[in-house]
Design a protein around this ligand. Structure first.
Ligand code: NIG
Ligand code: FE
Length: 432
């Protein structure tokens, strides 16, 4: 059965054309390539034409005759949003810690006392596959309702080979079953388990010699990530773990300089990581090295917002040639949100980014941060027909009316998966 989709009369069709080969940097982060009264035609999940509505109607009458039509009058059309940094697969919530923080405790105090990541690790270890799948599937639905068609998802709440693999198996199954594409990252080095606290090297060895080979053998992840932070993994340990992952073909990522300056951005440049994420406290030198080595800065303003911390210096990074992407960091401790559009609002209001830059940062640059830009992130012929339609007349309104969900319709692989703000039941959703 052929599947043809025709979207017509978009007030603004925002294509992000021309950034597929390299992430957008500097002033290129403001080049959206907008078509007014725009139209897009897809066939069997791939984009076949992008242009003015009248032009497409004239050139493709036969395809259009057999197409499902979507009228985007007074609406804007963008590539499906991409979230390049999430902790999607986990069990439980931590609102108790939120209350503790509002009463003066810090994020690291709570973690060092055996809460934080350790609390979610206990809950995730206890949860069976079906429970983890179900909790994570609901979150994925919410991502989709907020216009996201691809996410990255990390392990890191298992902290034993068995439970890390369980988390990654859940992510894999969700990728197969759900409309949203899920790209996996192994993050065994997310915390030192309480039982190894007195001798962290024992755990570093386990990550390198036990977990990494097993994850690679089962082909469960594309990336390898480390939480490089004082009291968690040192820059030296982080480097060792990331270099070890490379030997198995896992591409390095790093949680860098989130709570204090710790040389994480520098390590990212040294190991040629695809991205360094957080960077709230990244040094000037680290930022320059990232620009030189073309490491993408994945910024997570939801975390600064929720931890009531200072924001990453997005303006400085962009002006110094770092390609910036934005993400929710969705997790139960430091950023319990599933709204990437809200993160775009924060990017503008609290990190000095422009409305154009936050759109590039959540589409094509986010695609580059997960090595997926050949297939998604822009509306160009040959790419997947992953498309979000927002019920606003121009893109400025998206970053102006904040904290609201403007998503009207979402298309994944040329199929309508959200219509009139509601999920369309998917055919291939399996039961676990
Ligand atoms: O990216 N900083 C480390 N990891 C997550 C938080 C995980 C958690 O608190 O559960 C982050 O912020
Ligand atoms: Fe994170």
């Amino acid at each position: 059965m052929t599947n043809i989709l025709f979207i017509k009369h978009a007030a603004q069709l925002i294509t992000m054309r021309g950034h597929t080969e390299r992430p957008a940097k500097g002033s290129a982060m403001r080049e959206l390539s907008i078509i007014e009264d725009g139209s897009i035609l897809s066939h069997d999940g791939k984009i076949v034409a992008v242009g003015k509505t009248a032009e497409i109607q004239k050139n493709y009458p036969e395809l259009i005759e057999n197409a499902t039509e979507v009228d985007a009058t007074n609406k804007i059309v963008t590539p499906g949003l991409i979230d390049p940094h999430t902790h999607l697969v986990h069990a439980g919530t931590r609102e108790n810690e939120y209350a503790m923080r509002l009463n003066g405790k810090t994020y690291m105090d709570i973690m060092n006392a055996g809460g934080g990541i350790h609390a979610t690790t206990r809950a995730t270890q206890m949860a069976g596959f079906a429970q983890l799948y179900e909790e994570s599937r609901k979150r994925l639905d919410t991502f989709l309702l907020h216009g996201v068609t691809t996410i990255e998802a990390k392990s890191g709440y298992g902290l034993t080979t068995e439970h890390e693999i369980k988390q990654l198996e859940v992510a894999k199954k969700l990728h197969e079953d759900h409309a949203v594409d899920v790209v996996s990252t192994f993050m065994g080095a997310h915390a030192i388990p309480v039982s190894d606290k007195d001798d962290p090297e024992v755990f570093v060895d386990k990550v390198i010699h036990e977990m990494l080979p097993e994850v690679a053998k089962r082909k469960l992840a594309k990336f390898n990530d480390v939480f490089c932070e004082r009291g968690v993994f040192t820059p030296e340990q982080s480097k060792r773990i990331l270099e070890a992952g490379k030997k198995y073909g896992l591409i390095p990522k790093i949680h860098a300089d989130e709570i204090e300056p710790y040389g994480g951005a520098e390590i990212a440049a040294e190991v040629s990581a695809i991205s360094a994420d957080h960077l709230l406290k990244a040094s000037e030198k680290g930022i320059q090295q990232m620009a030189d080595k073309e490491v993408i800065g994945v910024l997570l303003p939801g975390t600064a917002f929720f931890l009531m911390a200072e924001y990453a210096e997005a303006r400085k990074m962009i002006d110094n040639g770092v390609a910036v992407a934005l993400s929710t960091d969705a997790n139960p401790g430091s950023s319990p949100t599933l709204s990437l559009p809200f993160i775009m609002n924060l990017g503008c209001l609290n990190m000095g980014m422009t409305p154009e830059e936050v759109l590039i940062a959540t589409t094509i640059n986010a695609a580059h941060a997960i090595d997926y830009a050949q297939e998604v992130g822009s509306l160009e012929v040959g790419k997947k027909a992953d498309i979000t339609i927002f019920n606003v007349p121009n893109y400025l309104t998206l970053s102006y009316q904040y904290g609201m969900n403007h998503v009207d319709t979402v298309i994944k692989n040329g199929c309508v998966v959200v219509k009139n703000r509601q999920l369309v039941k998917q055919q291939n959703e399996s039961k676990v």
